[in-house]
Ligand binder design. Sequence first.
Ligand code: HEC
Length: 157
Amino acid sequence: MTRLFSAAFALLLAVSVLGMDSTATAQDAATEGAIKYRKSVMKTVGGNMGAIVGIIKGSGDKADLTLHTGQMAKTSMIVGKLFPEGSDFGETTALPVIWEKPDDFAKAVKMMQDAAAGINTAAASGDMAVIGPALGKLGESCKNCHENFREKKERKK
Ligand code: HEC
C-alpha cells in the first residue's frame, strides 16, 4: 500500500516537474520555477537586511555584521539574473516594465550592488559613523527598485 502510494506520488511529481499534464506546459513549469527561485533569493536579501538592521540597533553580535553585509553584497551580484525573459506571468509582483526598460532596470540593480558593496566596506571598518549612512543608501536602493519595478498592492510589507 505504502509502496503503491509512493510510486503514484513519484509519478505525480515527475509529471508536475516535467510539466507533462494537460494544463501545465514545460514552459509554465520553467516560469514557475524561475519565480519561486527569485522570491527565495529576495527573501534571503530581506533576511540579511533584517539582520543588518538588528545588529546596528544593538541586537546580535557586532562581529557578525560583515557576515550579513558580505552575503548581501554577494547576493546583489545575482539579482539581475533573477528576472529571465518570460517570468512576468504567474504568482509574481514583478512588473512588465522590468523587461520593457531593461536599461533602467539594470541601473536599479547596479544601485543595489554599489550600495551593498558600500555597506560591506563600511561594516569592515566597524565605524558606525560610516555604517549608518551606508545602510541608508542600501535601503534607498531596495525602495527605488520596488517602487518602480514591483507591483504595490500585493506588497507584503
Ligand atoms: C533591481 C530591483 C530590486 C532591488 C534592488 C531589490 N528588490 Fe526586492 N524585489 C524586487 C522585485 C521585482 C520583487 C518581486 C518578486 C516577485 O514577486 O516575483 C522583490 C521582492 C522582494 C521581497 C519579497 C520576496 C517574496 O517572498 O515574494 C523581499 C523581502 C525583498 N524584495 C527585499 C528586498 C530588499 C531588502 C532589498 C534591498 C536590500 C531589495 N529587495 C532590493 C526587486 C528588487
